[in-house]
Design a protein around this ligand. Structure first.
Ligand code: AMP
Length: 220
């Protein structure tokens, strides 16, 4: 078996992508690289770049391909990713980024790109019911709330309904995802690199499906 795992995860907001990336990162002992998290860290640091990134993110637009490819190139060049592999979350977002990823990971490439598939109606339903810990980010829902009121089971923080989880904002985010990601799914599919995994069901079942498909691709 090849050491490490080199994975791309695609999936609508609400598909459970963040939860599954965390689990896969532990299972394969590889870093979970979220370009959204990298940008949010730059915003928190208050750098010039962070200020520009914040404006773009607040407007719901994409940071330019050149900038994102530069960030990822630098991240993929670190010892942990070179030695063990990676799970990419939020990259690529455009076909130009997918082509750049192909160049950056030559000759071995990635093992598989996974589309964590959840129908749009189900995603909308999950996002409207979503509750999140303001401190540690643990997700809950109105159907499966924390054990004691609105206090996080994990860290004791306040569990809240996110301000941007209004129906209008959720629909805008889902529309944008459709526009961005449909061409990427065809791009990976056309190269025989795509695996579609059903995101319905208990998170443990989804993790098991993912690991089975990834191991099959990696010849484990
Ligand atoms: P996310 O947390 O993945 O939803 O990303 C939050 C925001 O960061 C996005 O709405 C974009 O503005 C920006 N962003 C994250 N990843 C990328 C990317 N690969 N290309 C362009 N913009 C990105």
């Amino acid at each position: 078996m090849n050491p490490g795992a080199r994975l791309v995860l695609l999936g609508r907001q609400g598909s459970g992508k963040g939860t599954q990336c965390t689990r896969l990162s532990r299972h394969y002992v590889v870093p979970h690289i979220s370009t959204g998290d990298i940008l949010r860290a730059a915003v928190r640091d208050g750098t010039e770049f962070g200020k520009r990134a914040q404006e773009i993110m607040d407007a719901g637009n994409l940071v330019s391909d050149d900038v994102m490819v530069g960030i990822l190139d630098e991240r993929l060049d670190r010892d942990d990713t070179r030695g063990r592999g990676f799970i990419l979350d939020g990259f690529p977002r455009t076909v130009a980024q997918a082509e750049a990823l192909d160049r950056m990971t030559t000759p071995r490439g990635i093992d598989v790109a996974i589309n964590l598939d959840l129908p749009r109606d189900e995603a909308l339903h999950r996002l409207l019911a979503r509750l999140v810990c303001a401190d540690c980010g643990t997700n809950y829902s109105t159907a499966a709330p924390p054990r004691y009121g609105m206090t996080c089971d994990n860290c004791g923080g306040d569990v809240v309904h996110r301000e941007d989880d209004t129906e209008g904002a959720i629909i805008r985010r889902l529309d944008l995802y459709e526009e961005e990601t449909a061409p990427l799914i065809s791009w990976f599919e056309g190269r025989g690199m795509l695996e579609v995994i059903d995101a319905n069901g208990h998170p443990d079942e989804v993790t098991a499906r993912l690991i089975t498909a990834i191991d099959r691709r990696r010849g484990a």
